[in-house]
Design a protein around this ligand. Structure first.
Ligand SMILES: NC(=O)c1ccc[n+]([C@@H]2O[C@H](COP(=O)([O-])OP(=O)(O)OC[C@H]3O[C@@H](n4cnc5c(N)ncnc54)[C@H](OP(=O)(O)O)[C@@H]3O)[C@@H](O)[C@H]2O)c1
Length: 282
């Protein structure tokens, strides 16, 4: 599995700190709500070669991710585990530390690889304190890296005034139907890497006729073409599937060559948001 280095850049000196390697592709586990669904999906994915798992306290399945990791027998250092501080829990420095510890307990892990603020805290005055809590999670070794999710360019800009290190990752919705070149450039501008969630627009767009034609022309499935577009755009990409065959199909996207499809992919752009979009919150 290919990896990409991420780092938390020192806000004052620009020095890259806490550099870690992240697989460019992984499994998202949102809406795996039936008991055992998340565990069996993660186990299947790990068996087939996935090494990055993206969960969140909000998904209610961190414990199943942990169980699958233990049952897989794969060495902890070969895996990359991402979880997130819920937006309703993102209120203070203290609560950030408490929730990080709770996530570690749920996962049954000593450390996570990447801890994200799930979305900009609702109260803008809480944002500096929450981020200082994230920085303490990093310096305490509870996580190897810290980042954000659903931050717009204005949220990232504001962080310069209150952070010691900038986020290593901004996890946002990116898909061929929501390409976000300006926000991706803003993320690169702070030394961070985008992580693409909902690369299939939550499954809403897998039947898109143009995507179907692109896929047919290069000999892959529509989902594989959409996922590979996100990877090629430089985003760590985390499609969700609880279906064993689709878990394998999605991994197969990494073998797909999209050469010659650039113009067609450009015409899929439609500012299509499949779920929520806190990047535009104040
Ligand atoms: N930070 C955030 O705010 C945020 C928000 C949303 C998502 N995420 C993360 O990103 C991950 C992925 O996003 P997502 O779950 O919203 O959407 P997604 O990955 O774009 O799409 C998932 C949907 O597509 C279906 N699907 C998967 N592979 C398929 C294939 N090969 N062919 C046809 N259909 C397929 C899945 O059904 P089956 O399961 O039945 O295959 C599911 O209904 C989440 O699981 C979560 O980890 C983060």
């Amino acid at each position: 599995m290919e990896t990409v280095p991420i780092a938390n850049t020192n806000t004052t000196t620009g020095e890259r700190t806490h550099e870690v390697e992240v697989p460019t592709f992984g499994l998202g586990v949102y809406l795996m709500q039936e008991p055992g669904e998340c565990k069996s999906s993660v186990l299947h994915a790990l068996e087939k070669g996935y090494r990055l798992i993206d969960t969140a306290m909000a998904y209610g399945n961190e414990h199943e991710v942990g169980e699958a990791i233990r049952e897989s027998g794969i060495a902890r250092e070969e895996l990359f585990v991402v979880t997130k501080l819920r937006q309703p829990h993102a209120n203070s420095h203290e609560e950030t530390l408490e929730r990080c510890q709770q996530s570690l307990e749920n996962l049954g892990l000593d450390y996570m690889d990447l801890y994200l603020v799930h979305a900009p805290p609702k109260d803008p005055s809480a944002r500096p304190f929450v981020w200082q809590g994230m920085e303490e999670c990093l310096s305490s070794g509870w996580t190897r890296s810290v980042g954000v999710s659903n931050y717009g360019a204005h949220h990232l800009d504001a962080m310069v005034s209150y952070s010691t290190v900038m986020p290593s990752v901004n996890q946002i919705e990116i898909s061929p139907w929501l390409q976000r070149p300006a926000l991706r450039a803003a993320i690169a501008g702070i030394g961070a890497v985008p992580m693409a969630y909902s690369p299939l627009a939550r499954g809403h767009k897998v039947e898109d006729p143009l995507l179907g034609r692109i896929a047919e022309s290069i000999g892959c499935t529509p989902a594989q073409a959409a996922i590979k577009w996100c990877v090629d755009a430089g985003a760590i990409t985390i499609p969700k599937s609880s279906n064993p065959a689709r878990i394998e199909e999605n991994l197969g996207s990494l073998q797909v060559d999209l050469s010659g499809t650039e113009v067609d992919f450009a015409s899929l752009e439609g500012s299509y948001v499949s779920g929520w979009d806190p990047t535009s919150e104040p």
